[in-house]
Design a protein around this ligand. Structure first.
Ligand code: PLP
Length: 381
């Protein structure tokens, strides 16, 4: 096939592949995809439906309506101590589009992008497609903390950007204030962009999450990404946003326009309602926390080491205490024998781990964990 070889070289994510394979079993418990099971707040659906009936649904304003951008910046500035203005926000088709246009805008051939491990698999193909090179920083030996010392070791003259994703998918880790302060201070005089994917910011358990948005002295280099998929269960609405400097926005918006023009007006209005009328989603966070704690305790009692997640709805377990084959073999065998679908660590760039998505009720998680426990016992004996 005579097409861009970079496209031939990328693959559909392993998470999706396992999720698709899991459909072979009727009684499967699918704990793979990060798809919230909690409902979209009714108000969002109700008010958006009325909006659709009463409006013409023309093209939205490039970069997002003034109303939604105002809500976004007010929300971020109030909650996270940033100082964004309306002309520093772009409304995107999910965080996915935001990641894609950010990398497309900044990367030149051969540029290096630093990505802490374990990583969300959505970054890599976008680095590759834009001629960049991903440089991984293993944080598994530092309790999933990126420290300034480790960061320094990976910086070269070709370093173009650092991707941060906290609360982290797949581990739920959050950077400590000390580490984030030191990293930001180190980057103060460097020519390095900071792409901060904060999509799980609203699902944090102890109020210890800090947004990079508060480091105002780095605004010119920060591309902050967030969205509505996780906080408001609005995955199918495909809505996210970027906060950045006005100068960078002027460049990003060109790539955004020629990629999608804009997300749908319907979704945009839904996002506006989400922030203006449903900004308190703490009951959802409590539910995810309860589930994460349940899974964490169960895995610990099986001898599976995990770091307690501080946010998100994922648990990243280690297979270190077990003489199990590769994480992929483990995931496939668990699926085939117990009909429980989880994601192997290798999908996030590290071997010897697996991810459970706590997007099912505790009752269902209990059945899944009983099966995992049973699988592990059989393996041991
Ligand atoms: N970033 C991270 C870390 C994610 O986990 C996900 C989805 O799982 C995304 C981005 C994509 O989000 P969206 O649905 O807004 O495109």
């Amino acid at each position: 096939m005579n097409i861009n070889p970079k496209v031939i070289n990328i693959e559909i994510s392993l998470i999706r592949q396992i999720s698709i394979k899991s459909r072979e079993y009727k009684d499967v418990i699918n704990l793979t995809v990060g798809e919230p099971d909690l409902p979209i707040p009714a108000k969002i659906v109700e008010e958006t439906t009325i909006y659709m009936k009463n409006n013409r649904m023309g093209y939205p304003m490039l970069g997002g309506s003034l109303e939604i951008r105002e809500e976004i910046i007010n929300f971020y500035n109030t909650k996270y101590g940033s100082s964004y203005k309306v002309d520093e926000a772009i409304v995107t088709a999910g965080a996915t589009e935001a990641i894609s246009i950010a990398l497309k805008t900044i990367l030149n051939k051969g540029d290096e992008v630093l990505i802490p491990l374990p990583f969300y698999p959505g970054y890599l193909p976008n680095v590759d497609l834009n001629g960049g090179k991903s440089i991984f920083i293993d944080t598994t030996t530092d309790e999933l903390q990126l420290t300034v010392e480790t960061l320094k070791k990976h910086i070269t003259p070709k370093t173009k950007a650092l991707i941060l994703n906290y609360p982290n998918n797949p581990s739920g880790a959050i950077l400590s204030k000390k580490n984030l302060d030191e990293i930001m201070e180190f980057l103060r005089d460097k020519d390095i962009y900071i792409i901060s994917d904060e999509i799980y910011s609203e699902i944090t358990f102890n109020d210890d999450f800090l947004s990079v948005g508060k480091y105002d002295f780095l605004k010119e280099k920060i591309i902050l990404i967030n969205g509505f998929s996780k906080s408001h269960s609005m995955t199918g609405w495909r809505l996210g946003y970027i906060l950045t400097s006005k100068e960078l926005r002027d460049q990003l918006i060109k790539v955004h326009q020629y990629t999608i023009t804009s997300p749908s007006v319907v979704s945009e209005y839904g996002g506006y309602i989400a922030l203006s009328k449903c900004s308190d989603m703490s009951s959802y966070t409590k539910e995810y926390q309860k589930r994460c704690e349940y899974v964490y305790n169960r895995l610990n009692s099986m001898g599976i080491v995990t770091l307690k997640p501080k946010g998100s709805f994922y648990i990243f377990g280690s297979l270190a205490n077990f003489n199990l084959p590769s994480s992929l073999d483990f995931a496939l065998d668990l699926l085939d024998t117990k009909h429980v679908a989880i994601v192997p660590g290798i999908a996030f760039g590290v071997e010897g781990y697996f991810r459970i998505s706590c997007t099912k009720s505790v009752e269902i998680l209990k059945i899944a964990l009983d099966k995992i426990e049973n699988y592990i016992k059989t393996y041991r004996s």
